[in-house]
Design a protein around this ligand. Structure first.
Ligand code: ADP
Length: 473
């Protein structure tokens, strides 16, 4: 039951409200009780004051202490309060009510304070459990210096009745208020959580087959709307990754199929006739060997990208000089370029120390240089350069090829993308790429905190630029 947020919310709400209501009730009750008791004490003090005044007047008029006490008691008769006047030894001189037995409860006369009102609450012995407030004081009346003990009492019945009614009201009202608040809270929680329930039902229906479906966002500005929007964004990212993954699988199988079918055809055709010349066998095996190399390259590239995607390609960083690496790459490139009558120049004027994975960066430069040579016609030139600008090493690879068509430029870094698919795939040479070279090069640049982009491409050739963060001087 407590697994439901709705019930938990309601219980929390009712508990907090119960705490507040109980604290409030106790507060109101005790404030009212002390105000009512203070009022009784005040009126007893007032009666005491009047009694003393009246005794003084009567004595001044020449009355005996007993006479003064009796006339004062009679004069100050009041149905709410009772008055009794004693002499110093505690003998009753006068009283204006006879029904009570407070006298027995009068403290020992020797303990009664002179000129100071002491207040007590006593239980009525006749009635059941009823309380009385008593005020007692010892006074000396000036004319004859007569000592008196004055006792004034007032029943607390009225106050107790009032407080009891309040208690009863609170006993019924607090649970009733809690019940109503609980029911109201439950409905409120249900209403506010309804969008969450609906969202979870919608989310449950979304799977790999309908990843394009989205949650309904009723109010995108409120908290739940923002949650739904965030969930939808997550779905969009997942769906994009999913589409990419599917495309990758489709492209990969397509790429692998071509060399495989070339190999199978070569084998079948060669074996069709029982006897062949040695040259024919050689040609077939050579072709199979080339296709195997091509397959190996594609599979290695795919493996590199898969590990990079999974974040499991640790960089083996070391210190080296980029200008030396570029020079070394150019030397390898020149061997390839010489066959095509293409020149490879390097423009690196000083030393460029770097900290990174030398093997990966070599692979990146070889990819870019290989592409440049591949797309440059005989008689052309490829130029490698490096400069330091605004804290970055900018490595450029320019060629004098035919350039990349504008519509292909946004896609060249995509996996398996090739500008001229038909031509590249029909090429049987192992050098024909699968469209993964630039994807891998881009990943290598980014893994080093840098970037790779096509800076220029037109009829006169293309320039790729790698930017790598230069170490702080
Ligand atoms: P591949 O390994 O097939 O060469 P890449 O990812 O390296 O694939 O390149 C993608 C596409 O970009 C290639 O099909 C190629 O046509 C084009 N491209 C890359 N570099 C150049 C360049 N220097 N000049 C012209 N086209 C290029």
């Amino acid at each position: 039951m407590l697994d439901s947020v709705r019930i938990r919310l309601t219980l929390w709400y009712v508990s907090v409200l119960a705490f507040v209501l109980i604290a409030f009730s106790v507060g109101v009750y005790s404030l009212l009780s002390s105000a009512l008791h203070d009022r009784v004490d005040e009126s007893l003090r007032a009666l005491m004051q009047i009694t003393i005044k009246s005794l003084t007047n009567d004595e001044e008029e020449g009355q005996t202490p007993e006479g003064a006490a009796q006339s004062t008691a009679a004069e100050l008769f009041n149905p709410e309060q009772a008055l009794a006047i004693f002499d110093a030894s505690g003998r009753l001189l006068a009283e204006n009510t006879s029904s009570d037995d407070f006298y027995a409860q009068l403290p020992d006369p020797s303990l009664i304070l002179q000129d100071e009102v002491s207040l007590y609450t006593v239980e009525d012995r006749n009635d059941d459990g009823e309380h009385h407030r008593m005020a007692v004081r010892r006074v000396t009346i000036p004319p004859l210096n007569t000592p008196y003990i004055v006792l004034a009492t007032q029943p607390l019945e009225r106050i107790e009745d009032e407080l009891e009614s309040l208690r009863e009201i609170l006993y019924y009202l607090v649970p009733l208020a809690l019940l109503l608040a609980g029911i109201g809270g439950w409905f409120l929680a249900r209403k506010s959580l309804a969008p969450v329930v609906s969202m979870s039902e919608q989310a449950r229906r979304i799977g790999a087959k309908n990843l394009e479906q989205r949650l309904l966002v009723e109010n995108p500005r409120d908290e739940l709307g923002r949650l739904a929007a965030a969930f939808n964004e997550l779905l969009s990212r997942l769906s994009a990754a999913f589409v990419q993954q599917r495309q990758f699988m489709a492209d990969a199988s397509h790429e692998l199929r071509t060399p495989l079918s070339v190999m199978r055809t070569a084998a079948d055709v060669t074996l069709e006739k029982p006897h062949r010349e040695e040259d024919e066998y050689r040609d077939a095996i050579k072709m199979i060997g080339e296709q195997t190399r091509r397959l190996t390259r594609i599979v290695e590239d795919m493996f590199t990208l898969a590990r990079a995607d999974a974040g499991r390609y640790p960089l083996r960083a070391s210190r080296f000089y980029l200008d030396e690496l570029i020079e070394e790459t150019a030397r390898v490139g020149r061997v390839l370029a010489a066959q095509k009558d293409v020149t490879v120049d390097v423009a690196a004027s000083s030393e460029f120390p770097f900290h990174g994975d030398e093997d990966l960066l070599r692979q990146m430069l070889l990819n870019l240089l290989g592409n440049a040579i591949k797309h440059t016609p005989p008689g052309g030139a490829v130029r490698l350069g490096i400069i330091l600008a605004r804290g970055e090493y900018l490595i450029s690879i320019s060629d004098t090829g035919s350039g990349i068509p504008p519509e292909a430029r946004p896609h060249i870094f995509e996996r398996f993308y090739r500008v001229d698919k038909a031509r590249s795939r029909s090429e049987t040479a192992s050098g024909a790429g699968a469209g993964l070279g630039l994807s891998i090069s881009l990943w290598i640049a980014e893994a080093h905190g840098g970037s790779l982009g096509l800076a220029r491409s037109d009829g006169d050739g293309s320039t790729f630029v790698v930017a790598l963060p230069a170490p702080a001087q």
